[in-house]
Design a protein around this ligand. Structure first.
Ligand code: SAH
Length: 235
């Protein structure tokens, strides 16, 4: 997907990017490629692929939620900023927290944020399950892409989600994984409101965006320690 194709596909999603935003994305792609040559951030390093599999894919979250109504969000396991940093560039008034346990990725994002003059970003190096201890139910929107299976991810993310807020993971084609997580989501106070299934343009791979509403407070015993979350998945 070249830049012209990107602009056209994004406009089909209902978003018209300003020249300034396109410049910022251009700087982002170039800086990602350069940085990745000495520090491993992502396997996708070709510019057209970055526009499709990182930028466009991140923006598809607007199929699930009107981001102009969101005041704060956290992106769990943001990596090189997907989808959190892309959302910040497109919706700069949202207070965004970018969290990752890998400090190289957080350092990259901090340098990028400075280059782009972005304000109101909290860069957090640490593990999601530890961050929850002081930030329970603080976020209107919690996002995550390609971090872990939906059961594990729900235990990390739903405790951070405000009552009546949303946890919206961006997922691939594994629908069995979604069925396996239904009880866990319920126990953690969530309820699936909608699943938006589509194929990515130009390469036809399946995506599922899962819109989970926080309808009950998460019981205090969650999240458990990470080894327990993984060893004894909620059922
Ligand atoms: N969201 C990005 C990165 C995916 S890779 C993208 O879609 O491209 C998964 C990232 O999650 C890695 O950077 C890893 O460091 C981070 N991660 C995994 N488990 C985590 C946890 N429990 N807390 C914080 N970060 C975590």
């Amino acid at each position: 997907m070249n830049k012209e194709e990107f602009v056209s596909e994004v406009s089909k999603l209902g978003l018209n990017l300003t020249p300034e935003q396109l410049n910022m994305l251009d700087t982002y792609a170039k800086f990602l490629i350069e940085y990745n040559s000495h520090t491993n951030l992502t396997a996708i390093t070709e510019e057209n692929q970055i526009y499709l599999k990182h930028f466009y894919d991140s923006i598809t979250i607007i199929k699930a939620i009107d981001l102009t109504k969101i005041d704060n969000l956290i992106d769990i396991g943001t990596g090189a900023g997907f989808p959190g940093m892309v959302i910040k560039i497109l919706f700069p008034t949202i207070k965004v927290t970018l969290l990752d346990s890998n400090n190289k990725k957080i350092n990259f994002l901090q340098e990028l944020g400075n280059k782009l003059n972005l304000a109101d970003i909290n860069y957090y190096h640490g593990r999601a399950e530890e961050f929850v201890q002081n930030n329970r139910e603080k976020f209107s929107l919690v996002t995550a892409r390609a971090v872990s299976n939906l059961t594990t991810l729900s235990e990390l993310c739903l405790p951070l989600t405000k009552l009546n807020g949303y946890f919206i993971p961006l997922k691939g084609s594994n629908e069995e994984e979604i069925n396996d997580s239904l009880n866990a989501i319920k126990k953690l106070g969530g309820s699936i409101e909608n699943i938006i299934k589509f194929t990515l343009p130009y390469e036809e791979s399946t995506r599922n965006i899962i819109k989970i509403k926080k309808i009950n407070t998460t019981p205090k015993e969650y999240p458990r320690r990470y080894d327990k979350i993984v060893k004894y998945p909620l059922k």
